[in-house]
Design a protein around this ligand. Structure first.
Ligand code: ATP
Ligand code: LTN
Length: 332
């Protein structure tokens, strides 16, 4: 375990996860857990940057853990933990705040988007979100961070902050690299393929949630927006709807885009959408069943979290005490 490179990622336990989160995040983690020393956290501290219902946040935290495991993330191989269980995240975030400029944070795309969507609550945490994310990654000296395309800017900032600290106070942090997957790095909304599929989209018909039942999944795919013409061809510029469906199909059927194109050669849009829907529903059913089974065993889930928090605290604590020393905090 010790000589493996460290890999870090996280998901916020907000709303219901979509197949975008599954494809863009969890599914990739499955292969990665074999070759890296992986830390996968449940980012509940990030979640509260947007107002949450406390009871729901609690429930979704456990549900996300159950989902990680149901998808095949192995708690024996990876460190699975809840962000708020490891105080070092907030502590390092504070130090890193002093290495981050307000202007940089104001320019972040996600901050601008979320400020528009939550205009009544543009809180400091929302603006500080990328610094907390940098703290997450840097605490574990992670070399790699697998995330979707939408997190590219946050990863750049984490690298900048790490380098800035290293330059000011001698090398301390590993400068992390993003791992961006090619196919499925961005699954788009079924109703508006120019937007990414999101957990918090206004129109729930555009997103396939991992909790959707078979009928709902198929109905949503049947209603998915396609493009003019009738050819099933991968061309995101002129056929964004069809290309998005082809990407989804290729990931869920484990086929290349070219294979998917030839499979649907001459098939009408209606049958194509039905086939994509059925493939996704078939693939999700066992995951949903396993998640429900795990959620009924809270004791087991708590054991996983306790073990995860202990391990995470150990690694994170080592980095934090280095940082405190370098920054000049008096130690007793
Ligand atoms: P929200 O809509 O509430 O902002 P989100 O759906 O963007 O949330 P996050 O918790 O911010 O979800 O992201 C979790 C992970 O899923 C990240 O690695 C992100 O890059 C990935 N991800 C999110 N949406 C998509 C998508 N449509 N396609 C591919 N990956 C995605
Ligand atoms: N902001 C991330 C979730 C997240 C994360 C991280 C991802 C929080 N901390 C550290 C990678 C590394 C998102 O996916 N929306």
């Amino acid at each position: 375990m010790e000589d493996k490179k460290v890999l870090y990622s996280a998901i916020q336990p907000t709303n219901n996860l979509t197949i975008g989160n599954y494809v863009g995040a969890i599914k990739n983690w499955l292969n990665l857990q074999e070759n890296y020393d992986c830390y996968f956290s449940i980012a509940n501290m990030h979640a509260i940057t947007v107002r949450q219902n406390p009871a729901e946040l609690r429930q979704k935290t456990l549900a996300l853990l159950a989902l990680y495991i149901a998808c095949g993330i192995d708690p024996e191989k990876c460190c699975l933990y809840v962000q708020s269980h490891v105080p070092a995240h907030a502590e390092l975030c504070w130090v890193l705040n002093t290495f981050t400029y307000v202007g940089e944070m104001e320019r972040m795309t996600q901050f601008k988007d979320k400020s528009l969507r939550h205009a009544e609550n543009i809180n400091m945490g929302l603006m500080d979100y990328p610094v907390l994310m940098a703290a997450d990654i840097l605490l574990y000296q992670a070399q790699y961070v697998p995330v979707g395309e939408d997190q590219r800017q946050h990863l750049e900032i984490a690298r900048d902050i790490a380098q800035r600290f290293n330059n000011a106070l001698t090398p301390t942090f590993t400068v992390p690299e993003g791992l961006f997957m090619k196919v499925g790095a961005k699954i788009n909304d079924l109703q508006d393929p120019s937007k990414k599929m999101s957990k918090s989209a206004e129109n729930p018909n555009g997103s396939i949630f991992l909790t959707d039942d078979r009928d709902t999944i198929i109905r949503k795919f049947k209603r998915a927006v396609t493009d003019s013409g009738s050819e099933i061809k991968y061309d995101p510029m002129s056929k964004p709807g069809v290309s998005n469906l082809l990407s989804i199909y290729s990931v869920f059927a484990d086929k290349s885009i070219a294979e998917a194109e030839s499979e649907f050669n001459g098939v009408g849009y209606g049958d194509f959408k039905l086939a994509v829907g059925e493939t996704v529903a078939d693939r999700l059913a066992p995951v949903q069943a396993e998640q429900a089974k795990l959620l009924a065993d809270k004791e087991y889930l708590n054991t996983v979290l306790k073990k995860g928090a202990e391990r995470a605290m150990k690694t994170a604590g080592r980095t934090l005490s280095k940082v405190y020393k370098k920054i000049g905090f008096y130690q007793i």
